[in-house]
Design a protein around this ligand. Structure first.
Ligand code: SF4
Length: 919
């Protein structure tokens, strides 16, 4: 039929911007490069930067929605001072001078008298190279970021075993791997790289197996999904090890050269050296000529190689596939098949790269041999009370297959690997803390009981109890315990809680309802039990209402940031890289970048590194600090273009720097002479010495010996048995504590959360685009389980744990372990928070599982309550939660709390937030 009108001309690429600026995304922790398109000074469009090493142009839904983060009506607008009761959200606006005077007074008084009385903890910020240093200048040991409730098990187990870890410090060899085994990951800190990597794997026909109770996210595109029962991954991995040992499918050469498998372990039950590594007079470990057998040392002592102990442990029938099948929910035949597939990929499909390299002994290898099996794991493994040992088990599995930092395997990203563990020890022992004085770095890696942060009586010396006998390897602190311990004034009272970007009265707390009460609780005199709370955030999160003083931050598009090699850089396995953020637009509110505020505050407090001897500020702001501050001679926060124009050089290079490793230095980094020389020159490691990977972790044995009565210090009697049991130098599987304390009959279901791909925890609660994807959350229940309980889709249920109960609506699904229920993390909101209307779906249909998770275990015999945490690292055991569900009579989320009123200055709550609308 003829057209009456000519075809319209459509401009498919309209000019959207009159200016483009480069920076780094901060809509999650992944740190992709972005191009921000501006018109008339307003953000119109965000695009992935194709040249950026992290995302190579890929942008996810969150990244694109950064526009609505900028135009959010929940942005704080000015410093606030509380005028009503804590928790009510009643504030008055004050000037920055007044706000900083108040903070300086509170913190100055503390520093002059007892620096421990400041507890400074940060959330998912990327400024730990600054914040940790600031805490040490202040002199408080009570510092950490959020790793204790995120994935410190993953980090600590990796560091004590490999000198590196999964997290964002390593990656699969996406180009070469033939078999990829992923544990407990729905979405991750390396989000876009993993998605890009998975597409490469799939295109090459490599097999991807995902072990996860829930088939969403990455698991949904896996070739095989193993719907394991939560908390049993370690048992599954132990059974894989059992099978590989039984079939003799082990890379003995790799073990002998690069791990401590051949080191001799003293066998002297009851003696002070039992289980320690036999050493010569120089302290060099003695090695066995073979990996098996028993040996007599020159001094007559008995010893066996590490591998002998490993084989004895895992050939035990308790780790046979049939023995673990019921518990894990994985059939024995599947375990056997996966073990055989791993062995086939590693040994029958081994690869060779035509790349010579030289090892630390000077031996030249004509080719680089690869075992193309890669693994990755994260919070699903980590957030259990057995997570440290489970993660160690995964690393041991990798080592047995010879697949760490080889072609096709898991690869370290510079500046990793470091020594296993790194040499830095935590500072903060009582004699190291003094009024008016700085301190060493508060976080580190204890090598034995002498490195604990405890007092002479063995009591914790940090407010969170990190690095005490209760959590000796708490390498990231225990942020989840700070409020409860501060409220109880145990181990001592503090004066000021200073939090940055951590929603501690809502989704970042266990026992959320209790935490809100603790923050607002008063003593008999009518004073708050936690005297002062300072909080910095860019948005009106639930935590704002509990602050006495609010220091409003900018958005990530309004400030300078530094993604540092001293913290969590953006390196990949073939090159070192770091990045900055630059201000794309100027704030239109009375807000300041937190990093600038911290530097200003430090100068006002006359902290040694931040004030000149005449008392004047040493730095004009964070960018100046990054440019001029040196952590060691020639070492600053950024690796590239060191010098006066460093920041400008980054801006001209699209806000990142990357330096390729020499071709000969890219694999076997732990033993590669070219790499070790390169790393030592850049001060990533102390000396170009080989890094021996630790199947047998001797530091754990030192704690065990102390528990058995050897050396000083020793644990208090009440905790001896716990230290002795869990400080096993070889990894093992044990039941999470919650199994025993909750009672499986009363609480038959596991309950876990996952972070969705379209939201990063609570950050996007007010993001008008992302709310349309996740405006409310359901409790997902296996169809078979629901049918057995006569529950139907859309029913409302009470979910009950030993801690309490919440009400939620259910959705049935097939792709979930039948003993597990789950929901998306941090979608449920307190009414009114984030400047959402009180009738927003987040507050009425969304719910928070955190109310059900106890931060403490039930009392032991003497009444003391341990943290609900891993006994080695203190990692919060979020995923050990056990619940029951019962049909509810009525609809509507429970519990509800009094709606929060937005503080002064926030704009009215719009019914519709329009993209691009002129305001
Ligand atoms: S993965 Fe994270 S950093 Fe990358 S674009 Fe998405 S939100 Fe931004």
């Amino acid at each position: 039929m003829p057209l009456d009108h000519p075809s319209p001309t459509i401009d498919t690429s309209p000019k959207v911007a009159d200016e483009v600026k480069y920076t780094t995304c901060y809509m999650c922790a992944c740190r992709c490069g972005i191009k921000v398109h501006l018109r008339d000074g307003r953000i119109r469009y965000i695009e992935g930067n194709r040249n950026h090493p992290v995302n190579k142009g890929v942008l996810c839904a969150k990244g694109a929605a950064g526009i609505m983060q900028q135009y959010s009506p929940a942005k704080l607008t000015a410093p606030l001072l509380r005028v009503g009761e804590r928790g009510k959200g009643e504030f008055k606006e004050i000037s920055w001078d007044e706000a900083l005077d108040i903070a300086t007074k509170w913190l100055g008084d503390i520093r002059k008298t007892d620096p421990r009385k400041l507890a400074f903890f940060t959330g998912r910020d990327q400024s730990q190279a600054l914040t940790g240093w600031w805490a040490s200048q202040f002199g408080t040991p009570n510092y950490a970021a959020h790793g204790g409730f995120c994935s410190v098990n993953m980090a600590a187990a990796g560091m004590y075993t490999l000198g590196g870890s999964f997290w964002e410090f390593g990656e699969a060899d996406w180009e070469r791997s033939k078999y990829f085994l992923m544990f407990g990951v729905a979405e991750d800190h390396a989000s876009n790289p993993i998605k890009i990597g998975l597409s490469k794997l799939r295109a090459r026909g490599a097999k991807f197996v995902s072990v996860n109770p829930i088939r969403t996210g990455y698991s949904a595109v896996a070739d095989e999904w193993i719907g394991i029962t939560p908390g049993t991954d370690g048992l599954f991995v132990a059974a894989l090890i059992h099978e590989l040992l039984s079939a003799d499918k082990i890379d003995f050469d790799y073990l002998t050269r690069y791990t401590n498998a051949a080191w001799l372990v003293i066998q002297a039950p009851g003696a002070a050296d039992d289980g320690l590594i036999a050493r010569d007079s120089d302290g060099t470990p003695l090695t066995a000529p073979k990996l098996a057998g028993a040996y007599k040392l020159d001094d007559g002592r008995s010893a066996v190689p590490v591998f002998q102990l490993l084989a004895q442990r895992f050939l035990d029938p308790i780790y046979a596939p049939e023995a673990v099948a019921d518990k894990t929910g994985v059939p024995a035949a599947t375990i056997r098949r996966i073990a055989a597939e791993l062995a086939h990929a590693a040994f029958d499909q081994a690869i060779e790269i035509d790349q010579p390299w030289t090892d630390w002994r000077g031996q030249r290898h004509a080719k680089t041999i690869g075992r193309p099996v890669a693994m990755h794991a994260m919070r699903g493994i980590s957030a259990h009370a057995n997570g440290f040992h489970t993660c160690r088990l995964i690393h041991v599995l990798q080592l047995l297959l010879g697949s760490v930092d080889v072609p096709g395997g898991f690869r370290h990203r510079p500046p990793y690997p470091k020594s296993a563990p790194p040499e830095n020890k935590p500072a903060g022992k009582p004699h190291q803390v003094a009024p008016g004085k700085g301190l060493g770095a508060p976080l580190g890696y204890p090598m034995g009981p002498q490195d604990l942060i405890i007092d002479a009586a063995g009591r914790p010396a940090r407010i969170d109890r990190a690095f005490s006998w209760e959590a000796p390897f708490a390498a990231h602190g225990m942020m989840h315990m700070v409020i409860a311990n501060a409220h109880a004034a145990n181990p001592y009272p503090i004066d000021t809680l200073f939090f940055y970007m951590a929603n501690m009265s809502w989704n970042s707390a266990m026992n959320t309802s209790g935490t809100m009460q603790m923050l607002a609780d008063k003593n008999a005199r009518g004073d708050y039990r936690i005297p002062h709370i300072i909080y910095s955030d860019a948005y009106f999160s639930e935590m704002v209402a509990y602050a006495d003083l609010v220091l409003p931050d900018t958005t990530y598009l309004e400030r300078f940031d530094c993604i540092s090699l001293l913290d969590r850089p953006i390196s990949d396995a073939d090159g070192a890289a770091d990045a900055i953020r630059q201000p794309i637009i100027a704030p239109d509110r009375d807000v300041r970048p937190f990093q600038d505020v911290l530097i200003d505050l430090g100068a006002r407090l006359k902290l040694p590194g931040l004030a000149e001897s005449d008392g004047s500020p040493r730095f004009s702001g964070y960018a100046d600090y990054v440019t001029r501050h040196q952590r060691a001679p020639g070492i600053g926060l950024l690796g590239g273009w060191r010098g006066a124009d460093q920041v400008q050089s980054y801006i001209e290079n699209q806000c990142f720097w990357r330096e390729e490793l020499p071709e000969s230095a890219r694999f076997y980094k732990f033993a590669n002479r070219d790499y070790l020389d390169y790393a030592a020159q850049r001060r990533w490691i102390g000396a170009p010495e080989p890094i021996v990977m630790q199947i047998y972790a001797e530091p754990l044995q030192r704690f065990r010996l102390a528990a058995q009565g050897h050396g000083r210090p020793q644990p208090p009697d009440a905790i001896r048995a716990r230290v002795e049991r869990y400080f096993d130098p070889l990894p093992f599987w044990h039941e999470p504590f919650e199994e025993a304390v909750s009672g499986v009959a009363e609480f038959p279901l596991h309950a876990v959360t996952q972070r969705p791909m379209a939201m990063y925890h609570a950050w996007h609660s007010q993001n008008a685009w992302l709310r349309q994807i996740h405006g409310a959350n359901r409790l997902y229940v296996a169809r078979v389980t629901a049918e057995r309980m006569s529950l139907a889709d859309d029913d409302w249920v009470w979910i009950t744990s030993r801690q309490g109960r919440v009400k939620a609506q259910i959705r049935l699904m097939d792709g979930v372990n039948p003993h597990t229920v789950w929901t998306w993390n941090a979608i449920g909101k307190r009414a009114g928070a984030w400047n959402l209307t009180p009738d927003a779906p987040e507050a009425n249909e969304g719910f928070l599982l955190n109310h059900l998770i106890a931060e403490l275990l039930p009392p032991r015999g003497d009444g003391y309550r341990y943290a609900n945490s891993d006994p080695v690292t203190g990692q919060a055991a979020w995923y050990d939660l056990r619940v029951r569900i019962e049909k509810a009579d009525d609809a509507g989320t429970q519990p509800r709390f009094e709606p929060l009123h937005p503080p002064q200055g926030l704009p009215p709550r719009p019914d519709i937030l329009r993209y691009g609308a002129k305001r």
